[in-house]
Write a protein that binds this ligand. Structure first.
Ligand code: ZN
Length: 281
């Protein structure tokens, strides 16, 4: 396993970690100043801005764009709405290409409004991902499907497990393409009793690795993630599995923390991220 001590360049910061309180240009500069090797920006920071100029600033800061976050949710109550969701994602894939992103991160969405049909939601996700995969190939952007913890199955992701995500990948590309992969986030996968086996199966498909921690007394399933080392996830054990399955990309910090880390100055958060990546990951 790679040694992260003294190697922040092997790590990336997902800008959500910094709470979207600071303009993207300053965020880029701060992440580079702290020595990190990559950044994962969000669409809310990019869309409506000069994407090429932001891409240039990231390149000038010598940061890799690990992933562009994230897809518009797919499942929809009507065909028109489904088409509109797919088209929004195509435009985002084009921005990901401009940014030079290693991947476009897909959080696929839960149930359509008013629906109880999770099977239909999954079918829409499969259909849309097939189309977005073609668009990604055309624009040179990998599609990274991120399975989410099942607590989000209703409202954020009907893709819940690594195996289910790999099944979908295999179904869509016959196991052949390197344009379709999975993004593995410790917050979503740590509880899985078959984790080691699933990660081995993901060899060649792992397009991203997100770290944070699961706080024992979680107050909010979405926005109360912990800093690495403050919760119950054995992050080094999971990183060993992931690197054992061939992953050599950056280790990306992604912490949604409305009541804690988002209230702190970004330089403090970045300093602690760097320490914890070295000591707890
Ligand atoms: Zn994630």
């Amino acid at each position: 396993m790679r040694d992260l001590k003294g190697h922040p360049e092997l790590c990336a910061i997902n800008t959500a970690t910094l709470g979207f309180t600071t303009p993207i240009a300053q965020v880029i500069d701060a992440i580079a100043r702290h020595g990190f090797g990559g950044i994962a920006p969000w669409r809310r920071e990019i869309e409506g801005h000069d994407v090429a100029a932001i891409a240039r600033r990231i390149r000038d800061a010598k940061l890799e764009v690990t992933g562009y976050c994230r897809s518009t949710f797919i499942p929809a109550a009507t065909t028109a709405e489904l088409r509109s969701n797919i088209e929004a994602n195509k435009r985002a894939i084009e921005d990901a290409a401009t940014l030079g992103a290693k991947s476009f991160v897909m959080v696929v969405g839960g149930l359509a409004a008013g629906s109880r049909d999770i099977i239909a939601a999954r079918a829409q996700v499969a259909e849309a991902t097939a189309e977005l995969l073609d668009h990604g190939i055309e624009h040179g952007v990998k599609i990274a499907l991120e399975p989410l913890h099942p607590v989000y199955a209703a409202d954020r992701s009907c893709l819940s497990t690594i195996d289910e995500t790999l099944d979908l990948c295999d179904r869509l590309d016959g196991g052949k393409s390197d344009a379709l992969g999975v993004c593995l986030d410790v917050y979503h996968i740590w509880w899985d009793p078959y984790l080691a086996r699933a990660i081995q199966r993901a060899r060649g498909r792992i397009t991203g690795f997100h770290v944070c921690d699961w706080l024992l007394k979680t107050r909010d399933a979405l926005n109360d993630r912990g800093m690495m080392g403050d919760g119950v996830i054995d992050i080094p054990a999971i990183r060993a599995m992931i690197e054992g399955a061939g992953y050599q990309g950056l280790v990306e910090v992604e912490i949604f923390s409305a009541a804690d880390w988002w209230t702190r100055p970004i330089d403090e958060t970045l300093r602690v991220c760097r320490e914890r990546l070295a000591g707890c990951c």
